[in-house]
Design a protein around this ligand. Sequence first.
Ligand SMILES: Cc1cc2nc3c(=O)[nH]c(=O)nc-3n(C[C@H](O)[C@H](O)[C@H](O)COP(=O)(O)O)c2cc1C
Length: 319
Amino acid sequence: MKTHAPLPVGVPSAEAADLSLTIGRLTLKNPVGTASGTYGKGIEFLPYYDTSRLGCVVVKTITLQPRPGNPPPRLVETAGGLLNSIGLPNPGIEAYIEHELPKLRTLGAPLVINIAGHDAAEFAVLAARLERESGIDALELNMSCPNVAGGLDFSASPAAARDVVRRVRDVTARPLIAKLSPNVTDIRPIAVAAQEAGADAVSAINTFVGMAIDWRTRAPLLGRGLGGLSGPAIKPLALRIVWQLSKVVTIPIVGIGGVATADDAMEFLVAGASAVQVGTANYINPRAAIEVLDGLPERFAALGARCLKDVVGTLKMPV
Ligand SMILES: Cc1cc2nc3c(=O)[nH]c(=O)nc-3n(C[C@H](O)[C@H](O)[C@H](O)COP(=O)(O)O)c2cc1C
């Protein structure tokens, strides 16, 4: 365990405000996690901070079969954002369980495994296979990947979202987080369907479908043409969506989209999120997630907040 510089007098330590929350049967000690696909294989971050202090670690999406991912280039920087078309490269569930899962357990933080299937039945096959493995604290269902054929389908309609969540719910009692796509006209009925089907939380949002173009060659900059936009550019959109969701679901909302600082995280909490995930910011600053966490007690104190409930969804929206 690393030691940390003492905080100035009057500023409470990380333990002062109760930052814990529950998602289904899982209690997280704080609301700061990492976003799927942006945290390498997890162990890369061990030199940078004590990863066990995080509320949770969410891993890169795992699929049933191995996937090579999309053709390069896969990443393009845009104004205030990152456009990616990674395409879910992964070794498939069996190799993952054998080689990656043991390493992830060394991180010490609650582990959230993110899964994606080709169809609703395959989501359930993945969840059922993971039932045989220990040290997994929750599942996040990637119903929203914009970078694979059909990847968006599961959160494009309430019926599809309901089907995926219900089938997974039938095979596991583990906490389920339904990760939603922002690439829809209205995300609210989809979140409600996920909740009704048994999701313990919704995470919002995955990336926005976008493009980058080289006009001279008249070609897109990404190998697959389209990609998913993330980073500071999407934070205002993500905040709006979290706020909208907070009006229609009763399960916790995990806010994702451009969280890079403790102030960003506070904005999501006030908007209605009970937790946040740090994504693209990990690429800019490998300590981003822990710095977000370390900044929360001071900000809770500034609001006179003693626990998450004192902050979550307290937005004063003009009428
Ligand atoms: C390079 C990259 C890879 C990603 N891979 C995944 C993935 O495998 N599964 C998933 O559910 N989300 C994936 N995401 C989406 C993030 O988890 C997150 O929802 C999104 O980037 C918005 O958060 P941010 O602005 O903090 O990055 C990826 C994002 C990036 C930038």
